[in-house]
Design a protein around this ligand. Structure first.
Ligand SMILES: *Cc1c(COP(=O)(O)O)cnc(C)c1O
Length: 371
């Protein structure tokens, strides 16, 4: 085995731009807290990238979602519609506010099944939170028109989908607030970090106020609301800005990886590892390359790949199966599609820096293992 195929991680950060130079600049100049030019520039440029007027940088994607909900005044009396097939942060953020969660099953793409939303709107519903899962944009137009009809907010959890497009628009900018994560394995990273994007001046102002301890505008250190310290540091933003300069390269490299996998898996019609289908009219990004092991036991496949130096991860465990959320979820039926994906789905190595040699090895190994 060649050294670069000893163990192939599922995802590694790809830091090949001005990261070091900008971080060194922060340290040389002493601007290492949340004050500093990189925060402002990263906010402005990332918002612009999403087609939005405002960007509010925060500590991570989870706090971005929590801040989005509190900015809209969501609390104990309210309900938020969340897909069951997501990463737990989407649901935890709702739980922090005391609001109740209404879960929606996914469709074959892994995204929220929009046909199931309307039946779950109650007099308490305030927000729909679509999640662009693994980089696949949700079907946003029906969600937005339902929100308009029922006077609801939409918060996009775009933590996995920087740069993905739906009807020619980048996700995050399609709703009242878009929330992003810049965790080390996301499309672009700041190590830990997050951002809210919005076109509303009022939402942006309120989010900034709550992000920074809710100091009274008239008198600093006097507080009429409970605020948070969710500020991003200048060092994180310096990394983020360098990453953003190269986002097109990140996205196109990851798309090429996904295309290579899909071509290989679909060339053989008997292959029991099936790519997640993609909805027409969208331009996904590949955060993680997801596939479904339809007949061969998923966990056995993962173990065999691990033995051959290939890292994989199982799909998320749905929210209706999480004991921690028992009290926060208003239980409403069954979620067969999410159960199916969570039992059979895995993701293959998807990092931006993956080499053609590594991808070739992964594909050959899968074909060797599967009957
Ligand atoms: C990563 C992720 C988050 C949370 O982001 P952190 O930066 O890890 O807090 C939220 N939602 C989804 C869908 C994610 O994948």
């Amino acid at each position: 085995m060649k050294s670069d195929i000893q163990t192939i991680p599922v995802c590694e950060p790809y830091l090949n731009g001005n990261e070091l130079e900008y971080v060194a600049d922060c340290i040389r100049t002493g601007w290492i807290s949340s004050q500093g030019k990189y925060v402002e520039e990263f906010e402005r440029k990332f918002a612009e990238y999403c087609g939005c007027k405002h960007g509010i940088a925060v500590t991570n994607g989870t706090t971005a979602l929590h801040l989005a909900l509190t900015t809209l005044g969501i609390g104990q009396e309210d309900e938020v519609i969340v897909p069951t097939f997501t990463m737990v942060a989407s649901a935890f953020a709702v739980a922090y506010t005391g609001a109740k969660i209404r879960l929606i099953d996914c469709n074959d793409t892994g995204c929220m099944d929009v046909s199931k939303i309307e039946a779950n709107i109650t007099s308490r519903t305030r927000v729909i939170m679509p999640v662009h899962i693994y980089g696949q944009p949700c079907d946003m137009w029906p969600i937005l028109s339902l929100a308009l009809e029922h006077n609801l907010y939409v918060i996009e959890d775009a933590a996995e989908a920087h740069g993905a497009e739906c009807g020619g628009h980048r996700v995050g900018g399609l709703s009242h607030i878009g929330c992003f994560s810049f965790y080390a394995n996301k499309i672009i990273t700041t190590g830990e970090g997050g951002m809210l994007v919005t076109n509303s001046d009022d939402i942006a102002q309120q989010a900034r106020y709550l992000r920074d301890m809710a100091h009274s505008p008239k008198q600093r250190f006097y507080h009429t609301d409970i605020g948070f310290n969710y500020r991003m540091t200048n060092i994180q933003a310096a990394i983020g800005l360098a990453q953003l300069e190269k986002i097109d390269e990140h996205i196109s490299k990851r798309r090429a990886i996904a295309e290579t996998y899909t071509r290989a898996l679909t060339a053989d019609i008997h292959c029991s590892l099936q790519p997640l289908p993609q909805r027409v009219g969208t331009r996904p990004v590949c955060w993680m390359y997801g596939a479904v092991s339809t007949t061969y036991p998923r966990d056995k496949l993962m173990l065999q790949l691990q033995e051959r130096g290939i890292g994989t991860r199982p799909f998320f465990i749905p929210m209706h199966c999480q004991p921690a959320l028992k009290c926060a979820v208003n239980r409403n039926g069954n979620f067969p599609k999410a159960d199916y994906l969570s039992e059979k789905g895995l993701y293959l190595p998807s990092g931006t820096g993956l080499t053609p040699h590594q991808i070739g090895y992964i594909i050959d190994t899968i074909k060797e293992i599967l009957p």
